[in-house]
Design a binder for this molecule. Structure first.
Ligand code: ACO
Length: 449
């Protein structure tokens, strides 16, 4: 074995540099010494969308995308789904160890007793239009929480951090359920402390006139497993948003609101809603071959397939499939399942998808389960945000204690004009057309075509 370093020769100057390697990485700042002239800024690493840049050191979640492995704090996702409940996993993510009995009791007690939101937040929600998207409401609601807990801005205070973690995890289901009931014109339902985390969420969503809501344990368990599966996924788009915004020193409610906003996007949390729309458009198993051709022609995207990190079967998708049968025992059969299964089978048999390592991700089947639970599609991302809050908080806390972290501030490669002469408006010339849609981007050709 040679030295733990990378030797780089700059062919512009013939100079050679020795860059230390640690944990399989070189420090981007070490590139800065590479320059042609002394007064130059120095070399940058160019990495749009951060496809090959580690922005932090983290001990929360381990993923081996090629092998399809997901672990939280060293425990496999399979073990956690089988043996833990969501709140225990949330504790593990945030504090690094599985809780002892007394620790778990205290944690569950604290979360259970912080599920109420201030009555003024109800008034705030009332201000939304009757058909407001619940994710927009959740985003605003989480941001608004920071105004109710101003002490959360003392981000160095560990007691305040703990309270923010408890409040965020406890109140997220309440805000989520309120946003759903606002849409339906239904009265808000307060938390029931006799129920566990998943059961209580179902109660806040679906309780009508009954004195006590009695959730089906199979459905509550399936929802709890879905919560565990979505609890954290290392440096994804929303977590990076939380870290990026949190790095400014803002309070955790505002940082988590940034995560909710990122999750709202169809390429992230919105994928399972898009999967259902896609399956409905396909309509029947007979239309699958035609649909797959459209995907290959880039007229369609196979939603719920592909992942930035997994180049193998997403382990979460496998676990969801195991729970699907259980859910359908307790609910009406969803005919979209047949289309989904056949579509998956055909895609996995097709060179176009296998050569690009496109496999089902967590969202391929999650929407079908949510639908079986009678959760409407516009609530899917909202429900994703409930457990992901644990991951966001864990990552935010880790970042806050990391002495290497500073305010997040990427660099750019400037491609615009320089040193232009300012023209008075009367002297400016340009095309006649003032406004209009941008020119359509040409389709990328099929690879290998
Ligand atoms: N359907 C068809 N082709 C696809 C798909 C898909 N779902 N995903 C990727 N590809 C193709 C790309 O067109 C590209 O082909 P090319 O090399 O011929 O140009 C190749 O596979 C590589 O894809 P990239 O876009 O480079 O992959 P990237 O890592 O940037 O994107 C992403 C990952 C955004 C998840 C993408 O696979 C996708 O859009 N999937 C559908 C949306 C989805 O399911 N998102 C949920 C992700 S899981 C989560 O957020 C919880």
């Amino acid at each position: 074995m040679g030295a733990d370093s990378l030797t780089v020769t700059d062919n512009r100057t013939g100079r050679t540099y020795e860059l230390p390697i640690s944990d399989g990485t070189v420090r981007a700042m070490d590139l800065r010494q590479i320059k042609v002239d002394e007064d130059e800024f120095g070399m940058l690493a160019y990495d749009p969308a951060f496809t090959n840049t580690a922005a932090c050191r983290s001990a929360v979640t381990y993923i081996d995308g090629d092998a399809g492995v997901l672990e939280h704090r060293g425990y496999s996702i399979e073990q956690l789904c089988e043996r833990s409940r969501f709140l225990e996993v949330a504790y593990l993510l945030i504090f690094g160890e599985l809780p002892t009995g007394p620790q778990l009791d205290r944690w569950v007690f604290d979360i259970t007793h912080h599920t109420f939101v201030h009555e003024d937040l109800k008034e705030f929600f009332k201000g939304f239009r009757y058909d407001a998207h619940p994710m927009g409401m959740l985003l605003a609601g989480v941001g608004a929480l920071s105004t109710f807990y101003p002490d959360a801005k003392k981000v160095e205070d560990h007691e305040e951090r703990y309270m923010a973690a408890v409040r965020l995890i406890a109140k997220m289901p309440t805000l989520a359920a309120f946003s759903y009931r606002h849409n339906r014109g239904l009265p808000y339902v307060y938390a029931d402390n006799d129920l566990n985390f998943a059961e209580n969420f179902l109660s806040m969503m679906f309780k009508k006139t009954e004195v006590k809501y009695d959730p089906d344990p199979r459905l509550a368990r399936a929802l709890d497993v879905l919560f565990i599966l979505h609890a954290d996924h290392e440096q994804n788009c929303s977590t990076s948003a939380v870290r990026g915004v949190g790095s400014s020193g803002v309070d955790p409610y505002s940082a988590v609101a940034a995560g909710v906003a990122a999750l709202y996007g169809p390429l992230h949390g919105g994928a399972n809603e898009a999967v259902l729309r896609m399956l409905r458009r396909i309509e029947s198993v007979d239309n699958i071959p035609g649909f797959l051709e459209q995907v290959k022609d880039r007229d369609e995207k196979l939603m719920g397939f592909g992942h930035r990190v997994y180049k193998n079967y997403d382990p979460r998708a496998r676990i969801i499939q195991q729970h699907m049968e259980e859910v359908f025992e307790a609910t009406e059969y969803n005919p979209l399942v047949e289309i989904a299964r056949e579509l998956e089978k055909r895609a996995l048999d097709d060179e176009y998808f296998t050569s690009r390592k496109l496999y089902p991700n967590v969202d391929y089947y999650s929407g079908i389960i949510y639908e079986a639970l009678e959760i409407p599609a516009d609530m899917f991302t909202v429900i994703f945000a409930i457990p992901r809050t644990a991951g966001w908080v864990a990552q935010w806390m880790e970042m806050m204690d990391d002495p290497e972290q500073k305010i997040s501030r990427p660099r750019q490669v400037y491609t615009g004009e320089r040193e232009r002469r300012y023209m008075p408006v009367a002297e400016r010339e340009g095309p006649e057309k003032i406004v209009g849609p941008p020119a359509k981007r040409p389709k990328r050709p099929r690879r290998g075509a």
